[in-house]
Design a binder for this molecule. Structure first.
Ligand SMILES: [Zn+2]
Length: 160
């Protein structure tokens, strides 16, 4: 796996399944996707426990066009159908605060998976035929779910 040399962004994801676990996601990514390891660097379960996925020494596999300069964190749940738990949000905020400080990441670069498309012009860097469909590129349009309010997360971070 390639080394992660710089962290300019953090991508927030949901697992898209209400009942899920690090173990299950890791299994899917390795056995179904054929990856060397789970795609995300961190996970947060519904009880708000932070769990380690892929070593942060290596680039992840979670956000098209930005794996080389981002950390990926996935919250367990399907936030198109349910809200993240309060404990998950508390852990996420604390995690993001720590990483922002450590890597000097601007708060505007704390993005939900779906926001990368608009925020970073990824589509400028790929050909028209490739860009014809986001799904083609493996992106779920709503990730991290419609009940995950990234503007609110960034607002909270700005007030620390
Ligand atoms: Zn995602």
């Amino acid at each position: 796996m390639e080394l992660l040399k710089e962290v300019k962004f953090i991508a927030v994801h949901h697992s898209q399944r209400s009942i899920d676990s690090l173990k299950r996601i890791k299994n899917l990514h390795i056995k179904i996707n054929g990856w060397e390891d789970i795609g995300y660097h961190y996970l947060i379960d519904k009880k708000g426990r932070l769990q380690k996925g892929r070593s942060k020494k290596f680039i992840g596999a979670h956000v098209f066009g930005h794996n080389k300069n981002s950390l990926g964190i996935c919250l367990i749940g399907n936030f198109d159908k349910e809200k993240p738990t309060k404990k998950q949000i508390q852990t996420l905020i604390k995690f993001l605060k720590d990483k922002i400080k450590k890597h000097k990441i601007p708060i505007k670069n704390i993005l939900g998976h779906r926001e990368f498309w608009d925020a970073t012009n990824i589509l400028d860097n790929i050909t028209t035929s490739q860009s014809s469909s986001r799904e083609f590129l493996g992106v779920t349009k709503t990730c991290p779910g419609k009940f995950m309010d990234m503007d609110e997360i960034r607002k909270v971070l700005r007030h620390f």
